[in-house]
Design a binder for this molecule. Structure first.
Ligand code: ZN
Length: 246
């Protein structure tokens, strides 16, 4: 299975992608990590990316796609891959489609993790952690038992990520709605979109993804074996694009 995860920052895409990859022997592809390793390995494309990054510029889509293309040809990707930070724009989605076609691969599904914006900001913006042992706390939901002292290691030093400040979170959310949210319509039209409630507990979200992937496997299996396989297991015609809540 080849899958893309969509969702705003903080929705838990990375966590879910990692768990799914481990369960199914798929490879989780992070564009940031692929870029860094291409730069380290000093490949042609890595050197081009490095020159651009050293000028403080954003690496263009064409280079990112070259790096993804190279990675997808490695044998460990044969069991399926998961992308969770790419594509971020309609232009990138179109380029990805062209690339996959060229490699005789395709996306099986795009899983959108939906969130409630205010609840997401509330959940993320109060986070802080112990600077020594790293255990997580929250201003409203999980304060240390003794104010200012870590429950676990007794340290009095705490850290807060710049990303967890409400203003930063809001501007990242706005960037998501402006640039990435149009992909929801794009993949809906391709009949690949599956949306689920990302505000549910992590385990429950994981279970929904797992159920969905099993259904997808079953559909693919039947699709290969039967001539009239235009029905999914629930008996619904699957010729029309549709989004299913799972
Ligand atoms: Zn601690």
């Amino acid at each position: 299975m080849n899958i893309v995860f969509l969702g705003p920052p903080g929705a838990g895409k990375g966590t879910q992608a990692q768990a799914l990859a481990q369960r199914h022997g798929m490879i989780q592809l992070s564009t940031g990590e692929m870029l860094r390793s291409a730069v380290r390995a000093e490949t042609d494309v890595g050197l081009r990316a490095k020159a651009i990054m050293e000028k403080g510029k954003l690496v263009p889509d064409a280079i990112v796609v070259d790096i993804i293309a190279t990675r997808l040809l490695e044998p460990d990707c044969a069991g399926g891959f998961i992308l969770d930070g790419f594509p971020r724009t309609l232009a990138q989605a179109a380029v990805l489609d062209t690339l996959l076609e060229r490699l005789h691969k395709s996306l099986d599904a795009v899983i959108e993790i939906k969130v409630d914006d205010d609840a997401l900001i509330d959940r993320l913006s109060g986070r802080f952690s112990c600077a020594k042992c790293g255990i997580g706390y929250h201003d409203r939901y999980r304060q240390p038992k003794t104010a200012g002292v870590c429950d676990v290691c007794g340290s009095k030093e705490f850290a807060r990520r710049a990303d967890d400040i409400p203003e930063t979170l809001k501007s990242r959310l706005m960037a998501y709605y402006r640039e990435t949210a149009p992909l929801i319509g794009y993949y809906f039209a391709q009949g690949k979109l599956r949306s689920l409630d990302g505000m549910a507990p992590i385990d429950e979200v994981q279970l929904q993804i797992e159920r969905y992937c099993q259904a997808l496997r079953l559909e693919q299996h039947q699709g290969h074996g039967e001539a009239g396989a235009d029905q999914d297991p629930a008996g619904r015609a699957k010729s029309q694009p549709k989004a299913r809540c799972i």
